[in-house]
Ligand binder design. Structure first.
Ligand SMILES: [Zn+2]
Length: 262
């Protein structure tokens, strides 16, 4: 259908565009990223301009200046999926994500503030489905062109039972309940290559592309793709570090009042 016709059909609340999963031009629904039921109902979050942030970095890191930011409220999300794809995620993966988020949130909110490392029992969670929801988050937080370069990500989430996740991708996670939301868009870095970092309490996720080296600070969960083989193990545990995300850069876990030491 020609673009003009699509625009004509749309009203104020309707947005037409390319769905990030099926890649068809359709009416897009507002997708809560992460799911609304997983602590993304009323988050207050900051949108920071990173170019400006770099320019005044010294002042921000010593707290002489507060970062200029747009405060938004009401849950993170975007018009990124068509209704069918939105429902597909909802009926296949969202429940497992929510389950894990509840466990993590209850643990980090009841422990002592200075606890940095946690052991979580994840025996009851379908880790493959959880991982697929994490990949769906990265697909949604990036522009449609992202998966033109990395189509393996879409293929992985399309089939709920497939553990076929290409070797070039590695996924990591950490816990987070302090700092700002990181939006998960792709960054090209000198230390880790192409990387996406997404945080929204209680979690942070990192997607690393074409980097054979393991990122040590965060727990790798790429092997969740083998969950169909792991699920008969009676007890599954995961160790997760908790990091603040005060700075908008991927994998930057510095505390706010310690001056840029490294
Ligand atoms: Zn779609």
């Amino acid at each position: 259908m020609p673009t003009k016709q699509l625009q004509k059909m749309s009203n104020k609340n309707t947005i037409y565009g390319i769905c990030r999963i099926c890649k068809e031009k359709k009416e897009l629904t507002f997708e809560h990223i992460p799911p609304r039921s997983a602590f993304n109902k009323n988050s207050r979050f900051f949108v920071i301009n990173s170019t400006e942030y770099y320019q005044n970095f010294e002042k921000y890191s010593t707290k002489k200046l507060k970062p200029k930011s747009k405060i938004e409220q009401g849950g993170l999300g975007e018009h990124c999926l068509c209704e069918d794809c939105n429902n597909f995620l909802g009926s296949n993966y969202v429940r497992e994500y929510k389950k894990f988020a509840k466990i993590a949130m209850s643990i980090i909110s009841t422990c002592q503030e200075n606890t940095k490392c946690f052991e979580l029992d994840i025996s009851d969670i379908n880790l493959l489905k959880f991982m697929k929801q994490v990949i769906a988050i990265f697909i949604c937080t990036n522009k449609p062109v992202f998966t033109d370069s990395y189509p393996g990500l879409i293929e992985f989430i399309e089939n709920p039972n497939s553990g076929n996740f290409p070797e070039r991708y590695r996924v990591y996670m950490y816990l987070n309940n302090e700092g700002q939301v990181r939006n998960g868009t792709i960054h090209f870095t000198n230390t880790h290559g192409a990387i996406c970092d997404f945080t929204n309490p209680p979690f942070g996720f990192v997607l690393s592309i074409d980097n054979p080296n393991r990122i040590k600070e965060v727990s790798e969960i790429t092997n969740f793709k083998y969950y169909n083989k792991l699920k008969d193990i009676k007890k599954l545990l995961i160790m997760l570090n908790k990091y603040p995300s005060h700075y908008p850069f991927p994998l930057d876990f510095r505390e706010i009042n310690k001056k840029a030491a490294k």
